[in-house]
Ligand binder design. Structure first.
Ligand SMILES: CC(=O)SCCNC(=O)CCNC(=O)[C@H](O)C(C)(C)COP(=O)(O)OP(=O)(O)OC[C@H]1O[C@@H](n2cnc3c(N)ncnc32)[C@H](O)[C@@H]1OP(=O)(O)O
Ligand SMILES: CC(C)C(=O)C(=O)O
Length: 515
């Protein structure tokens, strides 16, 4: 297997993400984690940017023992001097020089012709070599540079003393085929190319950074540059984790691997996201929250039978805890049953069918079904005791300047419907007054508590009530995404218990049921 060197620029190009600015402590924390991940080369910043940046790079250099440490500089003596100062304490320092080579940059940005580019870069590399045994040269905007001139630039960098020549797709313009061919030409036409390492650095403006990096690797580059979570200037850089996992998973095709400690990827991604404040989209490859989550019944069934049906990488490989079967409206019985077992419920077939039907109704109303939702649903489903009263319909009219009004329709055990309406101090009170009128049962509301069992605006509310009639009291619990419905359910469950307790007592005395 060919080894591909990983150059991480999270602390330099990653920090160029709009809105991101890392403190020295944060840079050090990330650099320590990058070492644990096994990154070969860490670019810690752009020394000439500010005195604070020099200090940060120096602080990082004191901690980095197992990786080459770099800082970027323009082809200017004062930028190089700043890198000398920043990397003074580094164990394995490398100067990274950049100069654009494309016609657009030459004409509009640098105002230099081809000869001036070659001369400026060569003298900067030579000057840098006075202080550093390792110099990497980057031909900015290489993918939009004439191929003949790019060959000349590469030859100049080798002759001037660079040990790595990096040919970036600075604006994410390249296509994989074109980019691969560019490296093929460079490798086959530049004399002395075997003396140096070739590198690539891609941006994601057209969403092709990973594809372009892999095309470069397939065409012989030794190193790729990227950032954790793909952060960076504009649409960002190549994601280190994507390329590393692509090489690992498709080593049959690429015949190349990184030496990253892949089980540190997830932790590194979380840390970078936390410290930069750049959240990782749920559907992001490798490190997104949904990367190992399966929602639909057919997929979940496949996963339960054999994970390889729907997972080409295991979450354990990147240090994430486990695959998730997320229950939702597309889930099937297999996954639902498995979830119940996980939660410690053992249901017979009939109970399972009832619970599954209720789950589907809930899933139609709620986006995220959590363990708490399932527990609430099952506890409600399995609440023991007869149900003399069942809520059939409820309607509430509320306005901040009118008395809340509620109408309820309740089914009795014998199937008869009773219907009533009432006003109250609030919507819940109106519902309770209407239930009392419909059932003819006057009970004292001794306690009422409500809390949310899940999170978000579609969270399930759980209501507990205690009702008292004379010496007898009973509690009830109701769960729903609507607090009024949860309140009514709790009230009726307490009433049902009250009725059956009094019923039992009356039967003992030879009387009949109260209502
Ligand atoms: C593709 C990349 O990601 S490259 C890295 C980008 N990173 C950064 O820019 C790091 C942060 N930058 C900075 O702090 C500042 O831009 C500094 C300190 C580098 C320079 O600041 P200033 O001196 O104020 O110049 P400013 O940034 O406005 O303009 C850049 C100048 O450098 C020149 N320049 C650009 N690239 C290079 C280069 N590689 N080598 C030499 N000169 C260059 C430009 O032509 C321009 O020169 P001009 O003033 O003669 O027109
Ligand atoms: C400095 C170089 C490698 C760069 O960031 C780019 O070309 O995007």
């Amino acid at each position: 297997m060919r080894k591909i060197y990983v150059f991480d620029t999270t602390l330099r190009d990653g920090e160029q993400s709009p809105g991101v600015s890392l403190t020295t402590e944060e840079k050090v924390e990330i650099a320590i984690q990058l070492q644990k991940l096994g990154i070969d080369r860490i670019e810690a910043g752009f020394a000439a940017a500010s005195p604070g940046e020099i200090e940060s790079i120096r602080a990082v250099s004191r901690q980095v023992k197992n990786a080459t440490l770099l800082s970027l500089a323009r082809c200017h003596m004062k930028d190089i001097d700043a890198v000398v100062e920043a990397l003074r304490e580094a164990e394995d320092p490398c100067l990274h020089l950049v100069l654009a080579t494309s016609p657009i940059h030459r004409e509009h940005k640098l105002h230099m012709d081809k000869a001036k580019i070659l001369e400026t870069a060569a003298s900067a590399i030579r000057y840098g070599r006075k202080f550093f045994s390792k110099v990497e040269f980057s031909a900015e905007d290489a993918s939009r540079t004439e191929i003949d001139f790019l060959c000349e630039v590469t030859k100049m960098a080798i002759d001037a003393g660079a040990c790595v020549v990096n040919l970036p797709d600075t604006v994410g313009f390249a296509t994989p085929e074109q980019f691969g061919n560019m490296f093929k030409t460079i490798k086959s036409s530049v004399p002395g190319i075997e003396k140096i390492q070739l590198s690539t650095h891609c941006h994601d403006d057209l969403g092709m950074a990973t594809a372009n990096t892999l095309a470069a690797i397939a065409n012989g580059v030794d190193q790729f540059e990227g950032t954790i979570n793909g952060i960076g200037e504009r649409a960002g850089n190549t994601c280190v984790e994507e390329v590393a996992l692509a090489l690992e998973t498709r080593s049959d095709f690429y015949g190349a691997k990184t030496s990253l400690n892949l089980s540190e990827i997830y932790r590194t991604s979380r840390m970078v996201s936390k410290l930069t404040g750049m959240s990782v989209p749920g559907n992001k490859a490798i490190v997104g929250a949904n990367a190992f989550a399966h929602e639909s019944g057919i997929h979940q069934d496949g996963m339960l039978k054999n994970r390889s049906t729907y997972e080409i990488i295991t979450p354990e490989t990147i240090g994430a805890s486990s695959s998730k079967l997320v229950l939702g409206k597309h889930s099937g019985r297999h996954a639902f049953k498995e979830k119940l077992i996980d939660l410690g419920y053992e249901l017979n077939e009939e109970q399972l069918n009832i619970a599954f039907a209720k789950f589907k109704v809930l899933a139609d109303r709620k986006k995220n079904i959590l363990s708490e939702d399932i527990r609430a649903l099952l506890d409600e489903n399995m609440a023991e005791g007869p149900k003399p009263l069942t809520l059939d319909n409820i309607q509430v009219s509320y306005g901040n300047k009118t008395m809340p009004t509620a109408a309820v329709r309740i089914m009795k055990e014998n199937g008869d419907m009773v219907e009533e309406a009432a006003v109250g101090n609030g919507s819940v009170d109106a519902v309770y007054q209407a239930i009392a009128k419909a059932t003819g049962i006057i009970a004292e509301l001794e306690d009422y508590t409500i809390h949310s069992v899940t999170h978000g605006t579609d969270a399930q509310g759980e209501v507990h009530v205690v009702l008292r009639q004379g010496e007898t009291s009973a509690s009830g619990r109701g769960v729903s995404t609507d607090v009024i419905e949860a309140s009514a359910k709790a009230y009726l469950e307490a009433m049902n218990r009250l009725i059956s307790r009094q019923d039992r007592e009356k039967r003992r005395e030879g009387n009949i049921v109260i209502y």
